[in-house]
Write a protein that binds this ligand. Structure first.
Ligand code: GSY
Length: 164
């Protein structure tokens, strides 16, 4: 079994239900150990789109990395995600953040996720459930990376407790 961390996001439809539905699909192949709170976050990159709900989860799986990627993509597809503009709105997004302590550089999969250390919507929920994890290639625990985000981290989190 390999310890994995995944980031989930949704900014279309019933966002919270979308996140829970994706978790239910993931449970078929992943033993889920921890799930962060749900955070409502401002959209990054393409800012003219609805706010996201984001969470991070930790689990254990027998899936190989490419099998895990296929599972993530099939969930996105089956839940109705359409290919639109890059970084555009989506029903659900399932990103592989970490796969054990492996570095993976394949045409369709890079692990650790290449943009995870710049994303408050990833680092803050990740620091909530695994503050001491060190992302391979960095020397710092996640809690420190979250604390060092440019806006102090929490500035991008909107109303995490009352997100609909
Ligand atoms: O790959 C992540 C999808 N995404 C998000 C997201 O999940 N949350 C926020 N706040 N902004 C985002 N921009 C993109 S693309």
């Amino acid at each position: 079994m390999t310890m994995v961390f995944l980031a989930l996001g949704s900014n279309l439809g019933d966002r919270k239900t979308n996140l829970y539905t994706a978790i239910d699909f993931l449970r078929r192949k992943i033993t889920i150990r921890r799930v962060s709170s749900i955070y409502e976050t401002e959209p990054a990159y393409v800012t003219d789109q609805p706010p996201f709900l984001n969470l991070v989860l930790q689990g254990e799986t027998d899936l190989k990395p490419m099998e895990l990627l296929r599972l993530a993509k099939s969930i996105e597809h089956d839940m109705g995600r359409k290919k639109t503009i890059r970084f555009g709105p989506r029903v659900v997004d399932v990103d592989i953040l970490l796969y054990g302590d492996e570095h993976i550089s394949a045409p369709l999969l890079t692990v650790p996720h290449p943009r995870m250390t710049e994303r408050a919507f990833v680092l803050i929920p990740l620091a909530e459930i695994a503050p001491d994890v060190v992302i391979p290639g960095t020397e710092k625990p996640v809690a420190l990376l979250a604390a060092q985000l440019p806006d102090g981290g929490l500035g991008k989190i909107l109303d995490p407790d009352n997100a609909d």
